[in-house]
Design a protein around this ligand. Structure first.
Ligand SMILES: Nc1nc2c(ncn2[C@@H]2O[C@H](COP(=O)(O)OP(=O)(O)O)[C@@H](O)[C@H]2O)c(=O)[nH]1
Ligand SMILES: [Mg+2]
Length: 406
């Protein structure tokens, strides 16, 4: 970095000197008022000290070698315009009409204040324009298919952090392939990378060892419907004896809803009102291979409600808890709820209402951010058909969409 000091009457004078000496890329690092000359501390004149710098190698002669660092012509045009306005507004007067020693101090102060204000404005604007031009440079560096991918993932509400990481990985991949990927290749390579990321969390079915499986999650996400779907799968396809427990006694209709499914599937149902009722319920279902427990949906953004439901999930049997979330929920709300439950060691998640959305980024965000294992995707109201095991490949296909149609 080359640093140079100027002592001038006013800033515009320094700016033109800096331009000539250091070139257009020079930046003003500091300005301050100083007093020079005089005799025994008297008759000293006010001057302005300006410190300017240019990064080494970016001098006016070397600008061509560093195209990325060079502010765009728009940046220079705006800075130029500001300087002209500043000159018109009085800073120029300071150059042409340097402060006379006899000028009233109040006028001088006002003039200095004004100059300082203009200096600050120019500095802020210059910083902003340089930042803007860097961002534009980044966009120019991204190929058209990469920009399209970035847009797709933004629409899908994938966290910026993961999108940026993916773009980074794609660039690395392009580097080793020594060429720029076309659209089909960008999509194919993105699929490979995303599947690799999510793969450690996929194939997580509900544990075969668990004898009790609890379902928790906000109101209306589809817990009861999902339990009915899974019970049907377990009884019909696996021939297991299933039992139901519900603690959702807040709404009479909620118990009736599960009772209806229990009757259709010929599954016994126990209702618990408090953790104290649990031992009796387990005893009544002691002959059952698998117990699926329904819970009441609450506002789980509240930690109190989370710990309340957690207190109901006690069992001496091997057990696990599945957090049920609807894809129609807000991404930020889902993240808060996932964080609350993952603090209690809950690791499995089941997403419903896939059929009611075309935005799928939340799954990837929650899985990667909280280390949650997705077990199933539910995609409709039909019991027992509208549910599938979570598969990394088909999920990533949904997330990326078709390369040609984006
Ligand atoms: N479209 C759609 N609706 C669903 C899905 N799962 C459940 N539902 C519906 O969502 C509503 C609430 O379901 P319910 O099981 O009572 O939710 P709970 O309050 O979490 O127990 C019901 O109308 C269900 O039919 C799904 O995957 N897709
Ligand atoms: Mg319910």
């Amino acid at each position: 970095m080359r640093v140079k000091r100027y002592v001038v009457n006013a800033l515009p004078e320094a700016v033109s000197m800096i331009r000539t000496d250091l070139g257009k890329d020079a930046v003003i690092l500091d300005t301050k008022e100083i007093k020079v000359g005089g005799f025994m501390g008297m008759f000293r004149k006010k001057r302005m000290e300006v410190i300017a710098a240019i990064e080494s190698g970016a001098s006016k002669h070397a600008q061509a070698e560093l195209p990325q660092r060079k502010p765009s012509p728009e940046v220079n045009a705006v800075v130029e315009q500001i300087l002209q306005t500043a000159q018109r507004n009085g800073a120029a007067a300071a150059v042409m009409d340097p402060p006379a020693p006899q000028a009233a101090p109040a006028i001088l102060d006002k003039r200095m204040e004004r100059e300082q204000f203009i200096i600050n404005e120019i500095r802020d604007l210059r910083e902003y324009m340089v930042k803007l031009s860097r961002q534009q440079n980044e966009l120019h560096i991204l190929s058209e298919p990469m920009i399209a991918l970035k847009e797709r993932l933004l629409e899908q509400e994938l966290d910026d952090e993961w999108t940026d990481k993916l773009i980074e990985a794609l660039r690395e991949s392009e580097k080793s392939a020594e060429r720029v990927y076309d659209r089909t290749e960008v999509w194919r390579e993105s699929k490979r990378i995303l599947v690799e990321w999510i793969h450690p969390y996929s194939n997580a079915e509900i544990s075969r060892e668990a004898r009790v499986v609890h379902f928790v999650g906000p109101t209306g996400v589809g817990k009861t419907t999902t339990i009915a779907k899974l019970a049907a799968e377990q009884t019909i396809k696996r021939g297991r004896n299933v039992g139901f427990i519900t603690s959702d006694t807040y709404r009479i209709a909620a118990v009736d809803q599960l009772r209806t499914y229990a009757n259709i599937l010929n599954v016994p149902l126990e209702v618990v009102f408090s953790p104290m009722d649990l031992p009796k319920a387990y005893k009544a279902l002691s002959e059952r291979d698998l117990i699926l427990m329904d819970t009441a949906g609450r506002n789980f953004r509240s930690e109190l409600h989370v710990s309340e439901v957690i207190s109901l999930l006690q069992s001496n049997e091997p057990n696990e808890t599945v957090l049920v979330l609807s894809l129609t929920g807000k991404t930020t709300d889902m993240a808060i709820i996932a964080e609350r439950f993952s603090k209690f060691g809950i690791q499995k998640v089941l997403f419903t209402k896939l059929d009611e959305t075309t935005v799928y980024g939340a799954i990837m965000n929650l899985v990667l951010n909280y280390g949650l294992y997705p077990t199933h995707l539910a995609s409709g109201q039909n019991v027992p058909d509208d549910i599938e095991r979570f598969k990394a490949g088909s999920y990533v296909d949904l997330l990326l969409g078709d390369a040609e149609h984006e």
